[in-house]
Design a protein around this ligand. Structure first.
Ligand code: F0G
Length: 435
């Protein structure tokens, strides 16, 4: 039986052909996901096959997404696939960050090592593969920056026209620069992410463009493989916790689905716990998770955070995220602007670095260990979602004591590292460095 799309809502579960262009269930409006009626090959066989592909020069074998294609069989081997060798991101041990986070050990899975510098590439190679098989010519997304950078690159590489919608004045320059350089038609809309998403959904049908936001189920298929690759890199030893930042909540939905499917395939014996960290000024999922009634998410109308990647008040994928986090026995935490800024500087001091949203992970871990939700000796993987160079402006301001929270409060540079201006004079410099 071929792959199909299935409504995520338990009470509906309507099924649709995999080639139907839908982002929500036409019957009940629920989110949809890819579903594979046939079980993949036995676990041992899959592991051996994936390992053998590491020695291959075939582009799809070198992709850290398509190498695991037995778990994402929504296209056939004959369909066009555009890969920029996404995935293949390292697990990096970070003792200094571990200590700061109250842990004995901490490992970062750094998605910032991707071709466009974020985890979006894992999903975009799949979203664009689906756009190609559907015969689409134009693809679009609304984005806080990274999705637009990634979509622009993959669409252009695949010969499609990328159209990006971004909140005017509210995305980091590194990301805007990428969208322009990769040739996207770039529209800076005078509205916030949530408002623009509603706009783009209205426009998609009218303009005949294919939407590549994270409610696109094929994006989720690609992002699933982040968990598969992590497990393979760990020799299939499960961590206790996987910690990640949450914005529109596509990524945690993807991680949950990937882990669920690995469990079904016998690749892992149980689920690790998922911890989602949000910025305190944009934390509707935190509020939902800790509310008595979890049946409806109350959107934050004016989300605020300097971690612009996760400045989202009305996350589309919350029903999926809620189920995945709950099933895993996980939790949701929120962190302040100061906590994000300091955690980010610590990750930098490990020689690793990341963008602000990614640093929410370490700030969250610090809070969760202090509250004894995560034990000090727990085996924790934190996912750094974006590269340090995405938002250089933020970094410079922090280290030069100029960073201000959205409400105008100064952020203290507790781990600041100010550059020093010196005269072109040997003895002054010798004196300074020998101080
Ligand atoms: N971290 C980074 C660096 C991101 O760019 C995003 C989302 C997230 C975390 C949150 O992931 O939305 O799946 O919960 N960026 C999107 C974008 C919204 O448009 O680039 P999520």
């Amino acid at each position: 039986m071929p792959a199909e799309l299935i409504c995520f809502e338990e009470r509906c579960r309507a099924r649709f052909p995999i080639t139907e262009v839908i982002y929500n269930c036409p019957r009940c409006g629920g989110l949809v996901e890819a579903h594979y009626p046939e079980a993949p090959a036995p676990a041992a066989e899959l592991r051996a096959l994936w390992l053998s592909r590491r020695a291959s020069n075939l582009p799809i074998d070198q992709s850290g997404v398509w190498r695991f294609r037995e778990l994402i069989p929504f296209v056939s081997e004959n369909d066009a696939i555009c890969t920029l060798r996404e995935g293949n991101t390292p697990l990096l041990a970070a003792p200094r960050a571990a200590q700061y986070g109250g842990l004995d050990h901490l490992v970062f899975k750094h998605q910032g090592f991707n071709p466009t510098g974020s985890f979006k590439d894992n999903g975009m190679t799949c979203g664009v593969a689906q756009a190609l098989r559907l015969g689409m010519r134009r693809v679009a997304c609304v984005s806080t920056g990274n999705t637009s950078a990634s979509m622009a690159a993959y669409a252009s590489a695949a010969g499609l026209q990328p159209i990006v919608f971004i909140p005017h004045g509210n995305i980091a320059y590194g990301k805007l620069a990428q969208a322009l350089e990769y040739g996207a038609r770039t529209l800076q809309v005078e509205a916030n992410f949530d408002q623009i998403l509603a706009l783009v959904r209205r426009l998609a049908d009218r303009l005949g463009i294919y939407l590549l936001n994270s409610m696109n189920p094929f994006r989720i298929e690609g992002q699933k493989t982040i968990m598969v690759e992590m497990m393979e890199q760990r020799g299939w030893r499960l961590p206790d916790w996987v910690v990640l930042p949450g914005g529109n909540l596509g990524n945690v939905s993807a991680f949950g689905k990937g882990l669920r499917e690995m469990l079904e395939a016998g690749l892992i014996p149980r689920l690790p716990r998922l911890a989602v960290i949000q910025a305190a000024g944009s934390a509707p999922f935190y509020d939902l998770f800790h509310a008595a009634d979890r049946s409806r998410l109350n959107a934050v109308t004016h989300p605020e955070t300097l971690a612009t990647a996760i400045k989202i008040g009305d996350p589309v994928s919350w029903p999926k995220a809620l189920r995945e986090v709950s099933n895993s026995g996980g939790t949701v935490e929120k962190v302040t602007e100061q906590e994000i800024a300091d955690a980010k500087a610590i990750i930098g001091l490990c020689g690793i670095g990341c963008e602000p949203a990614s640093a929410a992970t370490l700030a969250g871990i610090r809070k969760l260990t202090a509250a004894s939700v995560i034990a000090a000796d727990a085996d924790v993987v934190a996912v750094l979602t974006g590269n340090v160079l995405k938002d250089p402006d933020y970094i410079y301001r922090y280290h030069t004591d100029q960073l201000k929270a959205p409400n105008g409060d100064p952020i203290q540079a507790h781990f600041g590292n100010k550059p020093v201006v010196v005269p072109n004079d040997d003895s002054t410099i010798v004196e300074l460095l020998n101080e």
